[in-house]
Design a protein around this ligand. Structure first.
Ligand code: NAD
Length: 256
């Protein structure tokens, strides 16, 4: 379905981004991976699906790096048809104790990076009259949780950016939508499970049960594969007139 299209997926060396990159690759898209850590295995996993794979190591907190990444996609693959703004970090502390540099980093990586990547790819999408921008927000784009001020502010912000981008392009073939996952067991969440287990002196299994039980009625994690399926839907012809939604996939978290 996506043969000949090129997707940039930010923060795709692990977790949700890698799951979405693989789902788009399985539909035939060329993929530009981005993110830190091991690059060879994610590259190999995506290439095994028959996709052409590139990589750019842009630090998503740096606008000049984001510009270089989009330029790389343009010169390597001839343009960007799908942009998945996924890179994100978490920091947990009460507002009065929240380190200022952590606030700035969360806002830069989880919110401003999406603005920069979006503004840079839009002209090319508008010229082709086809494009898909998918912002990986969170249930925290819809509701709050204590000790996550920067994250919740950034995720509410990216839902707002999604709506405005969708509206400004509403009469064109360029759509913009957000995905709002509940808990997904990735390294970002594993750190929170580990912290809970050590703070309370309980096992990882008990900490996981507690984490899910507090918020997610299904008591199940959403998987990167399921989120990849939603991203593919947004890119499909059935998604042509889906514009500006913040679609939760959260085991009932925000239904409460
Ligand atoms: P993860 O830690 O597994 O992956 C994060 C990715 O972002 C990695 O590839 C990492 O290298 C990359 N990254 C981090 N800082 C970066 C930077 N400055 N520049 C470039 N890349 C950077 O996390 P994840 O859980 O897969 O999270 C992905 C997205 O999904 C995030 O936006 C997160 O907020 C969102 N999300 C996660 C969950 C969850 O439960 N895991 C739930 C809702 C939303």
């Amino acid at each position: 379905m996506l043969k000949g299209k090129t997707a940039i997926v930010t923060g795709s060396t692990s977790g949700i981004g890698l799951g979405i990159a693989k789902a788009l690759a399985a539909q035939g898209a060329n993929i530009v991976l981005n993110g830190f850590g091991d690059v060879d295995s994610p590259k190999a996993e995506v290439a095994a699906l028959g996709a052409q794979v590139g990589y750019h190591g842009a630090d998503m907190s740096k606008p000049a790096d984001i510009e270089a990444m989009v330029q790389y996609a343009n010169t390597t693959f001839g343009g960007v048809d799908i942009l998945v703004n996924n890179a994100g970090i978490q920091h947990v502390a009460r507002v009065e104790n929240f380190p200022v540099e952590k606030w700035d980093a969360v806002i830069a990586i989880n919110l401003s990076s999406a603005f920069h990547a979006t503004r840079l790819v839009l002209p090319g999408m508008q010229a082709k009259n086809w494009g898909r921008i998918i912002n990986v927000a969170s249930v925290h784009g819809l509701v709050g949780s204590a000790e996550k001020s920067a994250y919740v502010a950034a995720k509410h912000g990216i839902v707002g950016l999604t709506k405005v981008t969708a509206l400004e392009n509403a009469t064109s073939g360029v759509t913009c939508n957000a995905i709002c996952p509940g808990w997904v067991l990735t390294p970002l969440v594993q750190k929170q499970v580990d912290a809970k287990a050590s703070a309370q002196g309980i096992s990882n299994a008990d900490a996981t049960k507690q984490l899910l039980g507090e918020k997610e009625p299904s008591l199940q994690f959403t998987t990167p594969e399921e989120l990849g399926g939603l991203a593919v839907f947004f890119c499909s012809p059935a998604g042509n007139n889906v514009r500006g939604v913040a679609w939760n996939m959260d085991g009932g978290w925000t239904a409460q």
